[in-house]
Design a protein around this ligand. Sequence first.
Ligand code: ATP
Length: 591
Amino acid sequence: MLYSTMADAYEKIEETMKRLEITDYLVELFSKTDKELIDKVVYMTQGKLYPDYMGIEIGVAEKLAIKAIGLASGRDLESIRKVYKEKGDIGLAAEEVLKGRLQTTLLKEPLTVERVYETLDKVARTSGPGSLEAKLRYISGVFNHATSKEAKYIIRTITGELRLGVADYTVLDALAVAYTGDKGNRRLLERAYNSSSDLGTIAKTVAKEGLRGIKRFKITVGKPVRPMLAERLETAEEIVKKLEGMCVAEYKLDGERVQIHKDGDLVDLFSRRLEKITHHYPDVVDLVKSNLKASKAIVEAECVAVNLDTGELMPFQELMHRRRKYGIEEAMKAYPVSLFLFDALYIDGKDLTQEPYLKRRDMLKKIVIQNDRFKVVPSISSRNPKEIEKFMEEAISDGCEGLVIKDTRSVYRAGAREFSWIKLKREYRSELRDTLDLVIIGAFHGRGRRAGKYGAFLLAAYDKGTDTFRTACKIGTGFTDEDLERFPKLLSPYKIHHRHGRVDSKLEADVWFVPQIVIETMAAEITVSPIHTCCMDAIRKGSGLALRFPKYTGRLRSDKAPEDSTTVDEILSIYKSQLKKIEKEAVLELV
Ligand code: ATP
């Protein structure tokens, strides 16, 4: 197939902004395309060579592209840069510069799509020493056979500037028309696409086997499934009503969604946007290998940064340190993660996507060896809004964003945002800008690096009215190794066998202390919490206020008596004064 056929189609597509017209031009192009080549043509119209999840990018820098134009045209680089500056587009610059030359050389051998694809593939796969020279040779080599118009599109493709605006759904429309004669069949194609994320394979299947092939399309380990997404409602009551009481409420963890594909010892991880992120998380791969008891599976989880010594969940920002190119081993140690599994799409030969959610969860539970770092997401089965709200407070003070409430009857609708999953997020946030001075009234044994020491402390605020100390948080972050050596010594004179009489706590600490030692803490927010007793019932019946993501500042307030610590009244007034409605997020939809 001649590359000029593609270039002509690109030119027409470029001139219109109308989706319907773009579809018509694509239909025309696909109809002229050899069935064996259709996958490549589809990828190329979107400026790619492979489906996104394979992570293969052509990625040629402008500098190299200009050199290639220079080599093919014999012009000096300075003059090419000048044309580029004038035109403001690398494609137009290539067209202009190569025009003069090509009119004289005129093409002994016309350029084919196969040849262009092959060359671009070589460019994409060449790396290491000497790769720049090799890429330069490949690109200028293909330019020697290209018309100036073709060169314009080739150079835009290799530099990632093609941007014809051909959306996935437009390709699906065009495929439906070109190969089944009915745009209505797009739905079937879309379903297949949602379960494979590979437009090229869909194109080839429908071109060669028609709808029969598409109907046989199955989810496959190794090809990411487009994720099911959640709708949003404001209250637990509305959600329960919407789901007719058939619901399970789950923690909505604040991390990164990971789709896990396991095939024996091969594990791949895909992000929410279906990029392959396996290399960022070697620790997750190990966790999957040792804790997922299925030889072939596709499961979904939220990957969350944690403090391994205390088990605390860390804010989302901590996890972002893991998204780096270099220093992955160091980041893995500094920012460990846990996985919270929430769905199973495929297990050992069985596609589970058409099974109801409860069944999928049961199947998931059967294959997960649960431990601190690998577990099924906490959930409750309830149709009682009050109970769900309590669970929500618990989730938030545990460091989650809120809840996802799921219809127990629903199938896994790949790529869909529907009311089968409904998120409930808190409406208000009370930011905390000041530090608070709180009293240590208990401690918890540490694990991991903190085994044999205290891992976390239970802190309380002072309640003047009753002369008691009421718990406001469990804290394990911000302590240096020195602090961890020092605190047991500091606290040992105050150790007692039971909760102190002036302490009000719902939590059971491993070790109790006489309220004496005051420390300075910071936190992201103050939040309503059913497990802490500070300001109990002041905001909501049965709940207190607590610090969210608390951190020790490193400052011991030995100058303060326990009665000088921050009072519950102060915490209540900070909570009220800093309370802000959370802006409703903009929901960005595909299409
Ligand atoms: P958000 O900003 O709320 O995460 P989003 O558009 O990324 O929005 P949503 O569909 O709104 O995604 O919410 C679902 C996301 O919540 C999932 O993609 C996943 O990353 C995360 N999540 C956390 N816990 C769960 C859970 N228990 N079940 C499903 N998704 C969960």
